[in-house]
Design a protein around this ligand. Structure first.
Ligand SMILES: [Zn+2]
Length: 254
């Protein structure tokens, strides 16, 4: 086949593929933004400006820092007592000796940067499922912290694709508690929200959030700037039509 013949192929499939990618990207961007941005931003301001006993629960080390580290820092800055509870040690993240100890040390450093207390639990990484072990862990955390404000992973997850079952299990268990009156009365916020109704402007504390994310050095495979870029990008996803540069998104259960 000559070069001329190869070039004469129809561009239509490429146009269709490009259009599909662009549409998917626009839909994804729109999904990350609340329907009423200014109302959501106001709700975010109210969320962080009062003092609470805060219990933020993450399935793995690093989840909380990435999805709501700025919000946790604003809460602690404004006088809330913040507990970051990490269910597993993230021991399956790398085939490396003592990875569990390394990751717990990193989580301790990140929590200290956000002025929060770290509670490290020992559920098995990759095997957190609904059941007695998870329920016991949540009971223990509740008794220990008596939270007025609870943060947990959105059971829907941030996108329709490829949910981590540990994330889903935590979100579903917290949702079930809120629905069944075990945790009724507490303010429940889901981070990594698919359809947020609360936006917290974290621009002021963004550098502290980035430092806390970067404290998880064992998980950063690329250069430092790449981690900062990804975190900044994720923090801009939600602020399409709101007067804030960087935000974190939550779904508040009402
Ligand atoms: Zn995770």
């Amino acid at each position: 086949m000559s070069a001329v013949q190869r070039r004469s192929g129809s561009p239509l499939p490429w146009l269709i593929a490009g259009g599909a990618v662009a549409t998917a990207w626009l839909v994804w961007r729109r999904m990350q933004q609340p329907y009423y941005p200014s109302v959501a931003l106001q709700a975010g301001l109210e969320m962080v400006s009062r003092r609470y006993r805060v219990l933020a629960i993450g399935p793995h080390p690093g989840d909380l820092e990435f999805f709501c580290g700025g919000t946790l820092r604003l809460l602690s800055q404004n006088g809330s007592a913040v507990t970051m509870a990490v269910l597993s040690r993230g021991e399956r993240a790398a085939n490396r000796a003592n990875i569990d100890e390394i990751r717990t040390r990193e989580a301790e450093q990140a929590a200290a940067m956000l002025r929060a207390e770290l509670v490290q639990l020992d559920l098995p990484d990759g095997e957190i499922r609904p059941g007695p072990a998870l329920e016991r862990a949540l009971d223990e955390l509740w008794v220990r912290t008596r939270p007025e404000l609870v943060l947990a992973f959105d059971p829907k997850g941030p996108t329709p694709l490829g949910q981590n079952p540990d994330h889903v299990a935590l979100g579903a268990a917290v949702l079930a508690r809120a629905r069944s009156s075990i945790w009724r009365g507490e303010r429940i916020y889901f981070y990594a929200a698919r359809q947020p109704n609360v936006l917290v402007d974290v621009t002021e504390v963004l550098q502290e959030k980035l430092n806390a994310v970067k404290a998880h050095r064992s998980q950063l495979t690329g250069p430092d700037w790449a981690a900062a870029y990804i975190t900044r990008y994720a923090s801009r996803l939600h602020s399409g039509r709101v007067p804030a540069l960087y935000t974190e998104a939550f779904y508040r259960l009402v």
